[in-house]
Design a protein around this ligand. Structure first.
Ligand SMILES: [Zn+2]
Length: 280
């Protein structure tokens, strides 16, 4: 339940606005993951792993890892064509000259990354599932190549308030915990954006202690080229994502001659919008 701060009406946890007075109640995924019991369960899992690294060199590793996770980004991988349409598509050319028109507010079409998850979103989110966009958490801006060669890195501002995370990709999560439609989600495996370090420690502390500092990024997001074997922390963003949400794009410019033009145009537009291109 979410109590309305304006009129006190008890709304379903899935509501974004109060059914009685229309007041904004907050993002449903964030409200869901902010419930006392959910946060308590996560804190408990975090504390248990924290104990593995309370002293000396291990403590240093934990502090360093936590620091990296606190600066991590949400990333979405797409194909070159998808990226091109999003950044240099027709409506974008129009809005370059008429900034802040409605064209600017255009949502990405659902990417491959989203489509694959449509079937299970009802189980995880109920009726607000259609508002969720999916991404992965990345320490170094690299993404999951099985969804496309180009990684869109979202800015912290664009996700901070409306984003939650799940310990692993929703498919394997639902299978591992044998969750059926309508079942409750086991507690302690989801986090709000600012607590993502707790989730990362709860999931990975054991592995981190055995890993060099420079390899933490690979432990957090393992891109294998095969969706079934990819390992990552899944990011759930409520609402539309438009190109304003992009901080940088990471990819390889060395493409077939026929595709070169697209890369050039993408880079031109990124420059106009003051977004970064990171060569891979
Ligand atoms: Zn109300």
């Amino acid at each position: 339940m979410t109590n309305c701060s304006n009129c006190g009406f008890e709304n379903s946890l899935m509501s974004e606005k109060c059914s009685q007075c229309g007041m904004f109640l907050g993002f449903p995924n964030v409200n869901d993951c902010s419930q006392k019991e959910e946060m308590k369960a996560l804190r408990k899992r975090y504390r248990e792993k924290f104990k593995l690294a309370e002293l000396g060199e291990q403590q240093e590793k934990r502090i360093d890892f936590e620091g990296q996770v606190k600066k991590s980004s949400a990333v979405i991988n797409v194909s070159l064509d998808y990226l091109y349409n999003m950044i240099a598509g027709k409506s974008t050319i129009y809005s370059t000259y008429q900034l802040q028109t409605e064209g600017e507010a255009r949502d990405f079409v659902r990417s491959e990354f989203d489509k694959e998850r449509l079937g299970i979103e009802g189980t995880l989110f109920g009726s607000y599932g259609s508002n969720i966009r999916y991404a992965a958490m990345s320490l170094d801006g690299s993404g999951l190549k099985s969804y496309g060669d180009y990684t869109i890195i979202l800015s912290d501002e664009s996700v901070r308030l409306r984003t939650t995370l799940l310990e692993e990709n929703s498919y394997s999560f639902i299978r591992r915990h044998k969750i059926l439609a309508g079942d409750k989600i086991p507690k302690g495996y989801r986090a709000v954006w600012k607590e993502r370090y707790k989730l990362a420690i709860a999931k990975l502390m054991g592995k981190i202690l055995l890993t060099k500092e420079t390899d933490y990024a690979i432990i957090v997001l393992k891109s294998t080229g095969d969706r079934k074997r990819d390992e990552y922390i899944e990011v759930h963003i409520y609402g539309k994502i438009n190109k304003e949400a992009i901080r940088a794009v990471r990819g390889n410019s060395n493409v077939d001659p026929g595709q070169k033009e697209k890369i050039l145009r993408i880079k031109e537009y990124l420059k106009i919008y003051k977004k970064e291109w990171i060569e891979e």
